[in-house]
Design a protein around this ligand. Structure first.
Ligand code: CP
Length: 322
């Protein structure tokens, strides 16, 4: 079987294929009745070892809209609390004959580790500071939709300048987005306080900035990230007020970006810290709710594609994604 662990594992044509398949589900999800039986009889387990609203619920909704039986395992209420290891937990889910396992875990590499041990496809719903591949795919789909609504071609993002600002060091969203955006032709700028910019980031062929105003000039898209205080062990961190002053997306700052620059945020947002409310809710510029909508479509496409082999359906696996 094939897993979805990292954007770094995908070829450009595979990313484009996933986006094209997800397009069908955007239309499907806008109907009043949105139910298919294509995954009927399959069991999908969402095993979440970290908190989530968007990713967990959209994977659950995606599986249910495709007719699968979906079960959620929250680590806080599981035998993980009694000392069971990640691998033993995964082998337990495998023994229940899951047909796909979606995992979010706080350790980088945890989902890849499990993928090597179970008999069904594993989908990475975010692993530590490593990757969050479905987030980058849904961001690409949202961006493509908005650019097309503005009359641009947007099959890929050639020539597009994207600035990602915030806690780059701890962000799996940033890593997946850098890889996905670059694969689709965009140029990526990163902006962070020096302590939150990973050393060695230059290997990813990005431009780096510590002054947000400099990173904004001419940007077509600005992606804001929150401070991941939960991964900082109580170190660093300016006050929210100080952080907003230096790195917050405000009306004044948006004016420094390109004309009609698009504002994105993967959520959850800290309003008044990395993004002001009047920008987060700014119609025509902020596409944060579109990102959430696209999340369901992307996750439907991923579940559909990754379970095709088990369902005896060809068209993926051979030629498309090997
Ligand atoms: N963007 C994102 O992963 O959100 P959740 O943590 O709510 O799933």
């Amino acid at each position: 079987h094939r897993d979805l662990i990292a954007i770094g594992d995908l070829e450009r044509h595979e990313i484009l294929y996933l986006l094209a398949e997800a397009e069908r589900y955007v239309a499907f999800n806008r109907q009043a009745a949105k139910h298919s039986d294509s995954l009927s009889g399959l069991t999908i387990i969402n095993a979440f070892f970290e908190n989530s609203t968007r990713t967990l619920l959209s994977f659950e909704i995606a599986g249910k809209r495709l007719g699968a039986d979906v079960v959620n395992m929250h680590a806080a209420q599981s035998s993980v609390k009694k000392g069971e290891t990640l691998i033993d937990t995964a082998m337990t889910l495998n023994a229940m004959r899951a047909d796909a396992i979606v995992i979010r875990h706080g350790s980088s590499g945890a989902t890849g580790l499990i993928a090597g041990k179970v008999d069904c496809p594993v989908l990475n719903a975010g692993d530590g500071q490593h990757e969050h591949p479905t987030q980058a795919l849904l961001d690409a789909l949202a961006l493509r939709h908005v650019l097309r609504a503005r009359g641009q071609e947007a099959e890929d993002f050639t020539g597009l300048k994207v600035t990602i600002c915030g806690d780059i060091l701890h962000s799996r969203v940033a890593r997946s987005n850098i890889l996905c955006l670059q694969a689709l032709g965009a140029s990526v700028r990163l902006c962070a306080p020096p302590a939150l910019m990973p050393s060695g980031i230059a290997r990813m062929e990005v431009e780096t900035f510590t002054r947000f105003d400099d990173a904004l000039a001419g940007a077509d898209v600005v992606m804001m990230l929150r401070l991941q205080n939960e991964r900082m062990d109580g170190q660093f961190i300016p006050s929210p007020r100080e952080y907003r002053h230096l790195y917050g997306m405000t009306k004044e700052r948006l004016a420094l970006a390109g004309d009609d620059a698009i504002v994105m945020h993967p959520g959850p947002m800290n309003r008044g810290v990395e993004i002001d409310s009047d920008i987060a809710d700014l119609k025509g510029r902020s596409i944060i709710t579109q990102q959430v909508e696209m999340g369901v479509a992307i996750r439907m496409a991923c579940l559909d594609i990754l379970t095709r082999k088990a369902r005896g359906i060809s068209g993926w696996g051979e030629g498309e994604w090997v």
